[in-house]
Design a protein around this ligand. Structure first.
Ligand code: HT7
Ligand code: ZN
Length: 862
């Protein structure tokens, strides 16, 4: 497969203004007729050929202006169809057959259980009909769907239903019109026997929008939270950005087989059940948050993505990063802002930083790709959102909001670039973002090194920056880094820094001097995580303890605790490698004890501060990490802290709340602290912990508390664990998302024999390799969430994963490619393990691979 390059972009030679689709769902085969109104662009040559993309379909007929096209005038290959010299303006009619039942890739038209649905982003429309499958070809759509009325009573597509009726032979039809011109990746249709839950939203300007949510019969009682979240998102976008919804109907359909979380198709979102269904009995607080935020995210795309879309897929971050940032603003306004931010930082550090340091490092605006689906990465989404957040910090809330509004009004109905976005912000603010633009083109996490000294009432701070080399990129220029700063005095009060609470680092090195201080202050660095950088500073232990109790910035405060814990873990790693006894984490224990003496009022924040850095973050401290040392040291620090905290954390244990489950901040905080307490009690092997967890499991009236008990029992062999897991498996019988949790718990268990256990689960009749959620629950959880199991010394974990990649390469290349990432980290894993991981990749490279897997494997081996 050949890469595509950003520099090769050419505007389309032909415009398609309108698409008329006829979808005739039959037994097995579905016939799709399209009529395309096509016109040659004035800038294109008169003999320009018209290339239409198309895969996995059988061409049945092709006509221009009603006349069959002679075979000499077109050619068909495995990737599409070319008309050699079409007229300047014409109607092209094409009929193709597709087979949704044979489509396990879950792109184009496919079956999820009893529902037929579509997924067109990024290039799935070319599995539905021959079409230029690129986002800068925008058309209005009219879609007629015809199907058996018994099997598919509900027929949906984008826009408003303008006609429907019955047909002979027990069939029926519906016609939809979407008045907004859109790229084909936003096309969607659904047919199935679905339950509907409806509501209405009145916009700020007084229009009523019909909200219709659809799901399999039996789960309609799990849609309330998503529906409520949608209304919150609609109101929030009006209040924050002045953006109203534009169609009369907003539809959401839940499907069980979906490659990602959800899809923002115009007026007809399609959601993975895991991101839309929620009930106290089946979803944790974390799931409730995810549903709320994904529902909001897809809604926000209606403006940032749909009304203004991307010119080409190199610009993907244009729509995704701005929408993720808007989602993050929404989440902060609907929960604990500090905790929301901490969770984002944790994810960035644990997953994006390693991506940016490994073979898959790429700029937020990539220069090339082989398979676009591989570029839906945490770098494009989350690092991209950090870039937008920096713009928000630099321009201020009003300036940023004005800039976004200017961008949307200037480009409404257009397919544009990241450059257009940055320019719009500059124009609206009279700002110069020339250096800032480098964030879009330079890959890798910048390192900011901090030095300081204090003498005679003067405190001098020096920041220097460096961005490491990444594949294909060396010698990087200094970036514009907004650096949040606080200075805290010994009594805990913050020095008033005025404008210097946000430093602008633009040079390789810069210094700032602060005068008139009575003693050396404690620096609070990168407050709010104001830029996606690594900070290197020789922290004094007592400074970190001071920040943990006194810093008013929740992120910096939390970070101080993480640094203290990491220092203890690193000391243990050194001792482990030197064959010495692992040292006690005394400073950490004392600091946490002090924190518990004066804890923050926000229980969720306290729980966050008591949560240790992950093994992955500890591993990321080393250019090459020693698996055994990391696992042993992390476990050691946790056990020591747990033993010291035992009596203190018991206070946080709570039973079910009086009024039943409520998803509200105070309750979420309470349940979260309860889970942290159980986790520590289990880690410290507290007496009676198994019986306590079992009792809490049975008493729980919600999934959050149930999962907290199960997590605590997960690694504790014995009758309590067996009983709870068996009871949980029973619950999973009637609910796929609960069963996924059961798979995931076992895949992440640290009990010995991890590979044998997951291999046994492979053969379990409840495992289904064609369902991405189930694959993520078993294979993804094991490879990403079970460090000692995946890195089992004999390499069996790597071989097991490679086996799944091979199988999925045939079934669902997109999912297979995502599973390559854990093996692609081979260079970061020290010793024979790294070599064994590489060998599995080399073995895969020798097989016949989909472009998706090929690209990931070859990049990892380069
Ligand atoms: N924009 C959506 C991306 C998406 C997707 C991409 C490739 C393959 C399948 C997919 N399903 C959804 C999701 C979003 O960011 O909102
Ligand atoms: Zn998105």
């Amino acid at each position: 497969p050949q890469p595509k390059f950003r520099r090769d972009y050419q505007p389309p030679a032909y415009r398609i203004d309108h698409v008329d689709l006829h979808v005739d769902i039959g037994e097995g085969v579905t016939r799709i007729g399209s009529r395309l109104s096509i016109a040659r662009d004035r800038a294109a040559a008169a003999d320009a050929p018209l290339r239409l993309d198309g895969r996995a379909m059988q061409l049945q007929a092709i006509r221009i202006d009603g006349e069959p096209v002679p075979e000499s005038d077109y050619s068909v290959d495995a990737e599409g169809l070319t008309l050699s010299a079409p007229p300047a303006a014409f109607e092209l009619a094409i009929e193709v057959d597709v087979d949704p039942d044979a489509n396990t890739a879950l792109e184009g038209l496919y079956r999820s259980g009893r529902i037929l649905c579509t997924q067109c982003e990024a290039e799935g429309f070319s599995r539905i009909t021959y079409f230029p499958d690129r986002p800068d070809v925008m058309a209005t759509y009219r879609t007629r769907i015809e199907a058996d009325a018994g099997r598919y009573p509900v027929l949906l597509s984008n826009g408003d239903r303008v006609d429907h009726g019955t047909l002979p032979g027990g069939r029926h039809f519906a016609v939809y019109e979407d008045p907004f011109a859109k790229p084909c990746y936003l096309f969607a249709m659904v047919a199935g026997d679905l339950a509907e839950v409806a509501d209405t939203y009145r916009t700020g300007s007084g229009r009523d929008v019909a909200l219709r949510f659809y799901t399999d019969h039996g789960s309609e009682n799990e849609l309330g939270h998503a529906l409520h979240s949608l209304k919150q998102a609609m109101a929030w976008d009006e209040k924050t950005y002045g953006l109203e919804y534009d169609l009369d109907t907003y539809m959401v359909v839940a499907v069980g087989s979906f490659n990602m979380g959800a899809m923002e198709n115009k007026g007809l979102n399609i959601f993975n059940t895991s991101c839309v269904l929620a009930s106290p009995d089946t979803a944790t607080d974390g799931d409730y948050i995810r549903v709320r935020d994904v529902v909001a995210h897809e809604y926000f795309h209606n403006w940032t993505g749909n009304r203004v879309t991307c010119r080409d897929w190199f610009q993907l971050s244009l729509k995704e990063s701005l929408t993720v940032f808007r989602e993050q603003q929404f989440a902060a306004d609907h929960g604990s802002p500090g905790v929301t931010r901490i969770e984002q930082v944790r994810m960035l550090r644990d997953i994006q930083f390693p991506e940016d340091a490994g073979p898959n490092a790429h700029p937020v605006r990539p220069e090339s790709y082989i398979e676009m689906n591989n570029f839906y990465t945490i770098t494009i989404y989350e690092k991209g959102a950090e870039i937008i957040r920096m713009l928000h910090v630099i321009l201020g809330h009003e300036g940023f909001t004005r800039g976004v509004q200017h961008y949307l009004s200037e480009h409404d109905g257009g397919a544009v670039t990241i450059e257009d976005f940055v320019t719009a912000l500059e124009i609206a603010n009279g700002a110069d973002l020339a250096r800032f633009r480098l964030w879009y083109s330079q890959a890798g996490t910048p390192v900011v090194t901090v030095r300081d000294d204090y003498a005679g009432g003067r405190y001098r701070l020096t920041l220097s920056q460096h961005t490491p080399d990444t594949p294909g990129q060396t010698d990087k220029a200094p970036l514009h880094i907004p650096f949040g700063l606080g200075l805290i005095e010994s009594d805990g009060r913050a020095v008033d820094l005025g404008e210097r609470s946000l430093l602008t680092l633009e040079q390789p090195e810069q210094s700032w001097t602060f005068e008139g201080l009575s003693a050396r202050p404690v620096p609070s660095l990168l407050r709010g995580f104001s830029a996606p950088v690594r900070v290197e500073y020789d922290h004094r232990t007592e400074d970190l303890a001071h920040l943990l109790t006194h810093d008013s910035d929740p992120v910096a405060r939390w970070e101080a605790g993480q640094e203290l814990a990491l220092a203890a873990m690193r000391a243990a790693v050194s001792a482990y490698q030197a064959g010495e006894a692992l040292p006690d984490p005394t400073a950490l224990i004392e600091a946490v004890a002090r924190l518990l003496g004066d804890p923050p009022a926000d229980h969720e924040l306290l729980a966050e501060m008591l949560t240790l850095p992950t093994e992955r973050r500890l591993a990321d401290q080393y250019a090459q990490f020693d698996v055994d040392a990391v696992v042993a040291s992390h476990g050691h620090v946790k056990r020591q802290l747990a033993a010291a905290l035992q009596t203190r954390v018991e206070d946080f244990l709570t039973g079910p709340s009086a009024g039943g489950y409520r998803f509200e901040p105070a309750e979420v905080g309470r349940r979260r602290l309860n889970a942290v307490a159980l986790d520590y009690l289990a880690a410290g092997d507290a007496s009676g912990i198994d019986a306590l967890c079992l009792a809490l499991y049975h008493d729980a009236d919600n999934m959050t508390d149930r999962m907290a008990a199960l997590q605590a029992l997960r690694d504790r062999p014995g009758p309590a664990r067996d009983e709870a897991m068996a009871a949980f498996a029973e619950r999973g019988r009637g609910h796929a998302l609960v069963l996924d949790k059961w798979f995931s718990l076992q895949a992440t268990s640290r009990l010995p024999g991890a590979v044998a256990r997951v291999a046994e689960l492979d053969a379990d009749p409840r495992f289904d390799a064609t369902n991405p959620n189930r694959v993520r629950a078993l294979v993804g959880s094991f490879a990403r969430g079970n460090l000692p199991g995946f890195h089992q010394e004999d390499g069996a974990g790597y071989a097991w994963l490679a086996g799944h990649i091979r199988q999925l390469n045939e079934l669902n290349p997109q999912i297979a490619a995502r599973l390559v990432t854990p093996l692609a980290e081979w260079a970061q894993v020290a010793g024979p393990r790294g070599t064994a991981m590489r060998e599995q990749l080399a073995g895969l490279a020798g097989a016949s691979l989909s472009p998706d897997v090929y690209e990931m494997v070859t990049r990892a081996l380069d």
